[in-house]
Design a protein around this ligand. Sequence first.
Ligand SMILES: [Zn+2]
Length: 307
Amino acid sequence: MQVAYITHADCMRHEMGDRHPEAPARLAAIHDHLLFKGLLDHMAVHEAPLATQEQLARAHTRRHVRDTLAASPIEGHVQVDPDTQMNAHTVRAALRAAGAVVLATDLVLQGEVTSAFCCVRPPGHHAERDAAMGFCFFNNAAVGIRHATDVHGLQRVALIDFDVHHGNGSQDILRDDRRVLMCSTYETDLYPFAVDVAGDNMVNIGLPARSGSAAFREAVSSHWLPALDRFAPELVVISAGFDGHREDDMGNLGLVDADYAWVTRQIADVARRHCGGRIVSTLEGGYAVAALARCVAGHVGVLVGAD
Ligand SMILES: [Zn+2]
């Protein structure tokens, strides 16, 4: 068992209304497709623990942690931002999602597995140090990264984000943290309408709508890979968002299934060259559930070496 699969039933209980695209059906589709493809047979399945307030506070303000926990409704929904709501189960789901990445980091850094995929929701990469936004409450990837640096003492952790939306929250938390290199691609002129994406430890490549596969791969090859090789990460964390797929209405990059398997292979090669293949991947976006399930299977397939 070289790859961990970390999830929890609580992540299915958070929902933001019948018509909201960030829905429990996303996780169900992924789980069913991984089973169908036989991939779960090759993975060590773990239940996600609840993240502690101490773990969350490495990436967020104490106020944000406290206010989020306190906002939980007993029934119905409370609105957090125009796109984001909480139900009675949201807090536990958000704590499981962040806790999954903490556990994944422990399993990988303790050598129990080579890599891990966290099949969790809510996603995290829009959650800033002091704010929930864009379907996200806690920044799962950043909480895991800070666990790796602050608890395990790592000096170089790479964060790779191929979600169609810019990971503004991850940038907000990790910018100027010299122990972290963030590499992303995202669609320009799309939520969260990022304009200030530069920074010494940031390689954020904006791509216009309808860029397609070739431009995406060129951005990865020309910008991410040389920066990653110079950085020589001790661990690679992936904010794995699949909403740049051409079947997904959230964006218009026009990527296809093969692009997600390709980029995963590039990342896996970086991880093999520098850190014994150590990868922690966590689900971000991806709302066309059939395409999402196929692309996650392609992504996980590379991790388990079944590709
Ligand atoms: Zn997204």
